[in-house]
Design a binder for this molecule. Structure first.
Ligand SMILES: Nc1ncnc2c1ncn2[C@@H]1O[C@H](COP(=O)(O)OP(=O)(O)OP(=O)(O)O)[C@@H](O)[C@H]1O
Length: 309
């Protein structure tokens, strides 16, 4: 019997994953242990975010989105794998490093706007608080609070307490608080989860401004198609792994109109594993064995003859 070998081009050396990136997660694992029960919230997740990007993370309930964000926020520690943000290795941080990291490198906004805020403080006092903890001089603190509240469109709330603000204003003040110490990364967990459509659009606008005008890298976990459909990159998590990504870019049509084009990509991990989307598997009747073909496209995936109906 003769076996036709695959004819492969000379291998190119794979570059190190995300060497220049701001956020790199590789084969990230988080196992929660409750009694004798183990839950694998993250099962080898890969994620690379470049400095200056705005990325939405989507996925079904329980897929591991909040776990990922808590790890990136320095609140939770991974069980295994690699996670680096800026110069920080999130698996090897001391307690003191973790405090520094949370104070200066990342800002975190939670879903309930009220849980981000202190009920008896004004917006100005709340933005001041993280800077006081970082021993920023009073004059700089005053200037930065005013600047941030203005940049987020809530300057008129400076002397108001949370109860005197709308849900959208509370969320924008929470973003200002998260940005007080000039972090490079803003992490937001379902920031529009409790808001109506108009207010959600307002908060999305604020996150975009933070990204584009202040140059902060934004990672936002969301179920809200208003957010995930409007950012340049949406990463989907399934069962604790990144399964696919949608990239959006502006394109000019033949009639000269500029519109957004969205392209979906499957994500391949370091071991070369790709999850073929269910629609493709069903449409092509792919089951257990598949045939990989190198030409004419770089790689085509076809059903193995025996698996064909
Ligand atoms: N502290 C914990 N202890 C035990 N299990 C946990 C803990 N936190 C999360 N889990 C489990 O880990 C898995 C992932 O949870 P996670 O909250 O990250 O999902 P999610 O995608 O954010 O879900 P949702 O969209 O509902 O917020 C779930 O099965 C969850 O029950």
């Amino acid at each position: 019997m003769t076996i036709t070998p695959l004819s492969l081009p000379q291998p190119r050396r794979a570059p190190e994953l995300g060497r220049e990136a701001l956020i790199v997660c590789e084969s990230l694992v988080r196992i929660y242990q409750t009694g004798s029960i183990e839950v694998q919230a993250l099962q080898g997740l890969d994620l690379v975010v470049e400095s200056g990007e705005m990325v939405a993370v989507v996925g079904a309930s329980g897929s591991g989105k909040s776990t990922l964000l808590s790890i990136l926020a320095g609140i939770d520690a991974p069980t295994a794998g690699r996670a680096r943000v800026d110069r920080w290795d999130l698996l090897a941080m001391s307690r003191a490093d973790r405090v520094r990291y949370r104070r200066h490198t990342v800002g975190f906004v939670r879903q309930q706007s009220t849980s981000n805020l202190v009920p008896y403080l004004t917006a100005r006092q709340m933005v001041d608080l993280p800077m006081t903890a970082a021993r920023t001089p009073a004059r700089t603190r005053r200037a930065r609070s005013a600047e941030l509240l203005k940049a987020l469109g809530v300057a008129e709330c400076a002397d108001r307490r949370p109860a005197q603000m709308s849900g959208g204003q509370q969320m924008r003040v929470a973003v200002a608080v998260a940005l007080a110490n000039e972090p490079r990364v803003l992490l937001a967990d379902e920031p529009t989860g409790e808001l109506d459509t108009a207010t959600s659009a307002e908060v999305l606008g604020a996150l975009r401004d933070v990204n584009r005008q202040l140059g902060v890298t934004v990672v936002v976990v969301t179920h809200d198609p208003e957010i995930s459909g409007k950012v340049e990159r949406t990463v989907a998590i399934r069962d604790g792994r990144t399964s696919s990504e949608v990239l959006r870019r502006a394109a000019t049509a033949a009639d000269g109109d500029v519109g957004m084009v969205a392209e979906e990509y499957a994500v391949m991990d370091r071991a070369g594993r790709v999850q073929v989307p269910r629609e493709y598997r069903e449409a092509l009747a792919l089951t257990r064995r598949v045939r990989l073909v190198l030409a004419p496209a770089p790689v085509a995936i076809r059903p193995a003859p025996a698996d064909r109906p």
